[in-house]
Structure formats: structure tokens, C-alpha cells
Design a protein around this ligand. Structure first.
Ligand SMILES: Cc1cc2nc3c(=O)[nH]c(=O)nc-3n(C[C@H](O)[C@H](O)[C@H](O)COP(=O)(O)O)c2cc1C
Length: 195
């Protein structure tokens, strides 16, 4: 059975990315796959301190809730990550998680000496994001970040679900088509992982 991780990166409990990710989770569970949810705002996680305590083993030495996420990130077959756009990048909660994964970058590229950009992408990732504005370049920053974040996890960035023009909490409820799309994306994600 597929083991999928769903990481919620918004500070809002019922925000737009949360509702979209909830629908993707529903789509996944519909297929019988298992999903473990992680809500970043509920965790205590220090930013990366850049001390490179990870350089011997590839494991971060800061003892906080990241340790639990680290294990889940290594165990899952697929990751669904949702973050709002804050100042043209991901939320601070999401960025802290990404930066703590520098330990996995160290593991992959320094310890295991994988040639840059040549690792096998054995797993898959889905990225959901929402911004209030409608500019063409709204998601450019986070998409570049996601490219390198999923690479560190040996994951192909399988799909992105990006929505513009949603600002207030629950605005996405006025767009049932977006929620349906997220549900279908979750379902397809689980099928793609089992293929
Ligand atoms: C600190 C902060 C920064 C934001 N920066 C942007 C931005 O750069 N571009 C944009 O389109 N929306 C921006 N927004 C709006 C959010 O992306 C928008 O409200 C989104 O729907 C929030 O998603 P959520 O409900 O999942 O948290 C910002 C909101 C906050 C609170």
C-alpha cells in the first residue's frame, strides 16, 4: 500500500491551501492509499542554524520536531506539500522545513557523493500553492525552490496545482472546480505512485 505524506504549510488552519490539500488527501484515501498529515504550524522547529552538524551522518543534530519529519520524509513514497505565497515565496513555516532538509542535501551530495543533478528520482511530489494576486510570475520563485527541494528528496516534481486570486480564508470554497481538481490530483497521484 502507498504511504503518502501530506504537509500543510499555511499558518491558517482553514486557509485556501489547507482546503485544497484536504481535497487532495481525500482523493488519495479514495484509492486505498495511506496518508500521514503533518501541520507545520503545530510543530516546534528551529530554522537551519548552518552549523553542519549533519555532515557526518546526514542527520540534522537540532533536536526538535524536524526529527520526526525527517523519518517520515525518508519513509514515504510520495509527498504532497501545500504552501501559500508569501512575498513571492513559500510561507516561513514551509521554508524552515525546506532549509532543515539541507541535512538531506548533505547526505545525498557530500556523503553519498551523488553527482549533481544525476540522482535517480525514485519517488514523486505534488506541490499546491495559492496567491492573492494574478501576475504571470507569481509562482516563479517557489517553483524554482520546489525543483531543488524535491530533487534533494529523490522525488520527481510530478504535478503542481497553482491558484491565483484567492486571498481571504476560505475564498477557495467559491471555486468548487479548484477543489475538485485537487481531489482528482490526489487520486491520480496515488495511482501514479502505484504504477
Ligand atoms: C505575509 C503574507 C505575504 C503575502 N504575500 C503575497 C504575495 O507576495 N503575493 C500574493 O499574491 N499574495 C500574497 N499573500 C496573500 C496569500 O498568498 C493569500 O492570502 C493566500 O490565499 C493564503 O493562503 P492560505 O489561506 O492557504 O494561507 C500574502 C499574505 C501574507 C499573510
Amino acid at each position: 500500500m502507498q504511504n503518502i505524506l501530506a504537509i500543510y504549510g499555511s499558518p491558517r488552519r482553514k486557509g485556501n491551501t489547507t482546503l485544497l490539500l484536504d481535497h487532495a488527501v481525500e482523493g488519495v484515501t479514495e484509492t486505498g492509499a495511506k496518508v500521514k498529515k503533518i501541520v507545520l504550524r503545530d510543530l516546534k522547529m528551529s530554522p537551519c542554524l548552518e552549523i553542519y552538524g549533519c555532515k557526518e551522518t546526514g542527520r540534522c543534530v537540532i533536536q526538535d520536531d524536524f526529527q520526526m519529519i525527517y523519518d517520515q520524509l525518508l519513509e514515504c513514497q510520495g509527498l504532497m506539500l501545500a504552501s501559500p505565497i508569501f512575498f513571492y515565496t513559500v510561507s516561513a513555516h514551509t521554508k524552515i522545513l525546506i532549509d532543515r532538509c539541507q541535512s538531506l542535501w548533505v547526505k545525498k551530495y557530500w556523503i553519498n557523493k551523488v553527482p549533481y543533478g544525476q540522482g535517480e528520482l525514485k519517488r514523486k511530489g505534488l506541490f499546491i500553492s495559492v496567491g492573492a494576486t494574478k501576475g504571470k510570475r507569481l509562482f516563479e520563485g517557489p517553483l524554482l525552490t520546489m525543483k531543488y527541494f524535491f530533487d534533494v528528496l529523490d522525488m520527481e516534481l510530478w504535478k503542481t496545482a497553482l491558484y491565483r486570486g484567492l486571498d481571504l480564508e476560505g475564498d477557495v470554497l467559491n471555486h468548487p472546480d479548484y477543489l475538485q481538481e485537487a481531489y482528482e490530483a490526489g487520486k491520480e497521484f496515488a495511482f501514479a505512485l502505484s504504477a
